[in-house]
Design a protein around this ligand. Structure first.
Ligand code: 4AD
Length: 500
């Protein structure tokens, strides 16, 4: 593990210097009366005995213990007698202050370098940090030339600037906070579904359907010289999935509540701030539905539950965004959680848009799709809280959407959830469960053969059902107030860009 050129600095009055020897002593381990380790959840990830994560160390639970901490240097300050470092390992926004004798100073201890510090945890005399690590040994595991390193000590770089370095931006406070929030939000959605009786389904990434019928498909074929034959690898055209919905619908013939959470792909030639070619979608399908309200209830509960979980479990990281990246956004998030989400129909939405004095770039005639500018206006109009828009024109929706059979203004039982700052966050619908109506629509589109298996679902124990998909990156934009979707995903993919 130790790199060539790595260097160890130690002081003679300290504890044992050999790392292996040190680990064998298991300092810092707490044992309960039944021999069970008394570790907090956070410290369960602490690696070998005596080795702590930074969050484990700053928790203050192991004061006086001899420990080893590994991480990357976030600041260095050398005084006459002492050297101060801040070390971060991604386990929390907080870094651990390391205090060492200036004998341990070394030019290789720079901002960005990787270190392993062995020492004793002490109560810190400073109010803003409960704990510091009094170092007996500092080992520089990996050097970092601060002149070439694109991030500079004490500078708050913009999200736009750090986006240029997808291989390095996780080293910044803002992006490491984002990644912890993203990870916790993933847990939050899974917890919501688990607590509410949903079964998780791994829907395929490669599929032969175009669920949305919008033609935004990436085709999948092997590459290389062996692939010159005309025939498709799978014998049929195959694509990266645009949605797991149809596979969830298969499962909803046997499970009354299912969900999936995975990557989805759209060949959208868009440079917008809310579209990606690869994004994560949370999708749910509910059987035995009575009305769209069965879906809007799940959507709203899920949004609240996930957001409350993230605010509670990632308070410091979320604060970093709400204070420094998108100041004032906290108020918007709190307002979203206070009120029930209102519902308006598409026809009401069109009325609101037509009555407004705004000059929209896109038409607002009945039958036109709502554009981002319309969605954002509607959200503001409804008090800057999430709003459901229901019953869209039948012709705007894919073949699976349930016909409301309301002839004059012909609509489908579809719903979008629009949220502040982003616009559309979720899209869903009741599915057409009536065999004759579904067959007629598929025939009209020339898709009857392609979807004969889908018609089978309506032949054998068909039930009223419906579901929705939530764009996970848009969700993060919404709760953090981040303007550009490329700043909430580790490695953004969009047209003309596939870095790394
Ligand atoms: O509204 P969409 O297209 O709905 C479906 O795909 C349904 N089959 C889902 C279902 O009912 N199971 O997509 C759902 C959500 C959108 O509301 C949006 O938040 C997000 O996915 N989304 C995108 N996010 C980022 N980049 C893109 N290109 C996106 N396209 C859709």
């Amino acid at each position: 593990m130790l790199q060539a050129g790595a260097k160890t600095l130690s002081v003679s009055r300290g504890i044992s210097l050999g790392i292996r020897q040190h680990c064998n002593k298991t300092p810092g381990r707490l044992t309960g009366s039944r021999g069970i380790s008394l570790v907090s959840i956070r410290r369960v990830w602490d690696k070998t005995p005596g080795q702590l994560t930074v969050s484990g160390a700053v928790s203050g639970e192991q004061l006086g213990a001899k420990v080893k901490v590994q991480g990357w240097v976030r600041s260095v300050r050398a005084q006459k007698a002492n050297l101060f470092l801040h070390v971060n390992d991604g386990s929390s926004l907080q870094s651990l202050q390391v205090v060492a004798s200036s004998e341990l100073n070394d030019p290789l201890l720079t901002f960005g370098s990787a270190v392993e510090v062995t020492g004793t945890l002490r109560k810190s005399p400073h109010h803003n940090q409960p704990v510091e690590l009094e170092a007996q040994q500092i080992h520089v595991v990996g050097q970092c030339n601060p002149v070439d390193f694109p991030f500079k000590i004490k500078e708050r770089h913009s999200l736009e600037y750090i986006r240029q370095f997808p291989h390095l931006r996780c080293r910044t406070n803002a992006f490491s906070s984002l990644l912890r929030i993203r990870s916790e939000a993933t847990t939050a959605f899974h917890s919501y579904f688990k607590e509410n009786g949903f079964v998780q389904i791994h829907t395929p990434v490669i599929t032969s359907n175009d669920c949305e019928g919008a033609g935004e498909l990436f085709q999948v074929e092997p590459s290389g010289p062996d692939n010159e034959e005309e025939e498709n690898f799978f014998s049929v055209p195959a694509f990266l999935s645009v949605s797991g919905q149809l596979h969830l619908e298969v499962m909803s013939g046997a499970f009354s509540r299912v969900y999936s959470f995975g990557p989805t792909f759209r060949a959208e030639n868009s440079q917008s701030r809310r579209h990606l070619a690869e994004f994560y979608m949370v999708e749910a399908e509910v059987s035995f539905t009575q009305s769209l309200e069965d879906l809007t209830k799940v959507m709203e509960d899920m949004f609240r539950s996930a957001t409350e979980h993230v605010l509670a479990h990632c308070a410091e990281d979320v604060d970093l965004f709400h204070k420094h990246v998108t100041p004032g956004h906290r108020v918007t998030v709190e307002a979203m959680l206070k009120k029930r989400f209102p519902t308006i129909t598409y026809s009401e939405a069109i009325d609101i848009l037509n009555r407004s004095s705004e000059n929209f770039a896109f038409p607002t005639d009945w039958g036109c799709d709502l554009q981002t500018e319309h969605e954002k206006y509607l959200v503001k109009h409804c008090g800057n809280v999430p709003v459901f828009v229901t019953d869209y024109p039948y012709d705007l929706k894919p073949f699976y959407a349930r016909d409301n059979q309301d002839h004059s203004e012909h609509t489908a039982a579809a719903v979008d959830l629009l949220v502040p700052g982003v616009g559309e966050l979720c899209g869903g619908s009741l599915r057409e469960e009536r065999l004759d109506l579904l067959r007629a629509r598929l025939e009209e589109a020339g898709l009857e053969d392609t979807y004969s298996w889908y018609l089978d679902l309506r032949r054998f124990g068909s039930v009223p059902h419906g579901g929705f998909g939530l764009g996970f990156e848009r969700y993060l934009q919404c709760i953090l107030g981040v303007d550009n979707i490329k700043d909430v995903i580790p490695f953004p993919r969009f047209s003309h860009s596939c870095l790394l």
